[in-house]
Design a protein around this ligand. Structure first.
Ligand code: ADP
Ligand code: DP6
Ligand code: CO
Length: 362
């Protein structure tokens, strides 16, 4: 190492967006490697409003790896943090830090601990995919610190997947597919970009935060129970999703809003049906979520073709897609009219997240 003793600290900061699945991942075939029972497709969310920002520092003065999440220290004993760190450390290269002049040799990284501080600019563990933004950001930022370059496309995505399945999709902007893969080691269970964020200019994303409370059943625990007890989930994974993946890919490619909306709503509803089919049943939606569904369904029926699509992850918060700006304005007006008093429902509208999201500040 270039400097003597324990006096140096090298630091990197990165940011990664959240994503919302329009064809959902729910269920693992391998718990350790986080391999899913079906492929999934997501839309990257606007990092200005839905992202994790993570700062990673390394110093020989640090006695252990430590993590602060939204200002509070949390344990790094969890296998997911350990797996991500282990995989990233194993790929570390010689690194010269221009700011401090410190040189760290590949072999020295194994003995240097890291301190990680991460903040989400949106509710954590509330069904807006904080685990996706968080682990994608962790892996991306560690790659900057350790000087990791991908040896195959999707390598970082596969490591982020070890932190949280949905995180493998947050390393790309725009429209993203997580291919379930077939390899036993999970090397091919990675995300790839279907289309850039600029591909579908008209689309407007409206997020209605119904509750920023932490959910009762984490996604990890919920899907374990569903795999164990829900017959509907297995039917869905084998008989329904493969076809929907193909249809959704086509809808995204051709910017076919009608098809996109039908598939998105149907898949969200089937996912929540599998939660209800789980024993004991899991309820992620609440009355406000159901009222939002009713509003959109009535509007679409009245209009004769879909104007708005909705989807809910493992939480009560709605992500809606308006077919264009005009519809987005109408939607916001209707929501404001139907859901007073604010701020019970916190509304915001966004564009599809871009890929410059993975930023690093030296
Ligand atoms: P969500 O719907 O928000 O993804 P999950 O139950 O899937 O909820 O995951 C929430 C968990 O993800 C948190 O309890 C925490 O362990 C982890 N997490 C969330 N944000 C971050 C972050 N920025 N950095 C590291 N880990 C995070
Ligand atoms: C409903 O990726 O949070 O949001 O892999 O156990 O960390 P783990 O679960 P997570 O599950 C996400 C489930 C979902 C659908 C999706 O994002 O595809
Ligand atoms: Co999650």
């Amino acid at each position: 190492m270039g400097k003597e003793g324990n006096e140096w600290v090298v630091t990197r900061t990165g940011r990664a967006p959240s994503n919302i699945a329009v064809i959902k991942y729910w269920g693992k075939r391998d718990e350790k490697l986080i391999l899913p029972i079906n492929s999934s497709i997501s839309v990257t969310l606007d990092p200005a409003h839905l992202s994790a920002t993570t700062t990673v520092s390394a110093s020989p003065a640090f006695e252990s790896d430590r993590l602060w999440l939204n200002g509070k220290e949390v344990s790094m004993e969890g296998v997911r943090y350990k797996n991500c760190l282990r995989e990233m450390r194993a790929r570390a290269t010689d690194m010269v830090d221009e700011r401090t002049g410190v040189t760290i040799r590949k072999q020295d990284w194994a003995n240097v601990h890291v301190h990680i501080a991460s903040e989400n600019n949106f509710p954590t563990a509330a069904g807006l995919a904080s685990s996706a933004a968080g682990f994608a950001c962790l892996v991306f930022t560690l790659a900057q610190l350790f000087g990791v370059k991908e040896t195959y496309e999707g390598e970082l995505s596969a490591i982020a997947r070890l932190g949280s399945g949905s995180a493998c999709r947050s390393l790309y902007g725009g429209f993203v597919k997580w291919n379930m893969g077939q390899d036993v080691d999970g090397k091919d269970s990675i995300a790839t970009q279907l289309a850039e964020h600029t591909h579908w200019d008209d689309l407007v994303i409206i997020i209605a935060v119904v509750s920023s409370q932490q959910k009762e059943t984490s996604s990890t625990a919920g899907m374990q129970e569903s795999v164990r007890t829900s017959p509907l989930l297995h039917f869905r994974a084998q008989e329904v999703v493969p076809q929907r993946i193909k249809q959704m890919e086509e809808a995204v490619k051709t910017c076919d809003f009608e098809e996109f909306a039908k598939l998105t709503c149907a898949d969200s509803n089937q996912f929540h049906a599998t939660c209800l089919d789980t024993s004991p049943p899991i309820f992620y939606l609440n009355d406000t979520s159901r009222r939002l569904i009713g509003l959109v369904e009535r509007w679409n029926r009245f209009a004769g073709k879909p104007q708005v699509a909705y989807t809910f992850d493992a939480g009560p918060n709605a992500v809606m897609f308006a077919r264009d700006q005009e519809v987005a304005v109408l939607l916001l007006q209707r929501l404001l009219f139907q859901f007073p008093p604010l701020p019970d429902l916190e509304l915001s509208s966004y564009v599809v997240g871009d890929q410059s999201v993975l930023k690093s500040a030296q």
